[in-house]
Ligand binder design. Sequence first.
Ligand code: DGL
Length: 267
Amino acid sequence: MSEKRNAPLGIFDSGVGGLTVVREILKQMPGESIIYFGDTAHVPYGDRDPQELRGFAQKITNYLVTRGCKMIIIACNTSTSLAYEELTNSFSLPIIGVIEPGVNKALMTTKNLRVGVIGTAATIESRVYQRKLRAKNPDVQVYAQACPAFVPLVERGALRSAETVDIVSGCLHPFMEKEIDTLILGCTHYPFLQPVIAKVLGAKTQIIDPAQETVRCAYERLQELDLLVDTAKPVYKFVSSNNPKEFRAKGSVFLGRDLGTVEEVLL
Ligand code: DGL
């Protein structure tokens, strides 16, 4: 049992976005080991075909399972919205997505029941957020907007440039007259743009980064299954499907710590 408890958490995203979830794991569960897969050969995911994206999610999950992970955290809204159910049906280990936790947090936060969601085109078109929010509270008004320009900005490391401010302002403009009091960052890349997003929207809008709640859910699930780590020596491994050197350089800045040597694995 101890071997299983000390097995790593398998985490994946199209690129550096899922590091926003890793950042939260380091805060909430610093003893857990991690294998992170960034599918940089296929980033951005947001404009790809849903069937292709389900295929990537299957292959990556399978890879993380063969590397002995005890749990999968899908640190990607696009993959969660399209592949979560299929993955939970195909694999027997616990799998956590980022959408349900973000929805719950937003419903706990909103006072005026006007909630905005931003995400990739694939996530917004899947309507998963809209459906889940309204299923849990039929009185909630949901305003959803795809922001396809955001992921390339983050992947380029342009988090605060004048171009970034312009693009973010333009994309969030439709929310200005909707009087939302809560905005869900429905893409794990977006928390890296949070300072700009917060400035554009102003203090009256609460911004939800689903990572915090997702990691809390993962912790509770591990606790239920008696799978919380019982050694204090976590090991962090990072894998990318393309250009591992660039992934290390960028990821280390974003995470605020050196990722170490990044392995290259193309699935
Ligand atoms: N970070 C991912 C998400 O949460 C994928 C973004 C992309 O590659 O388009 O949706």
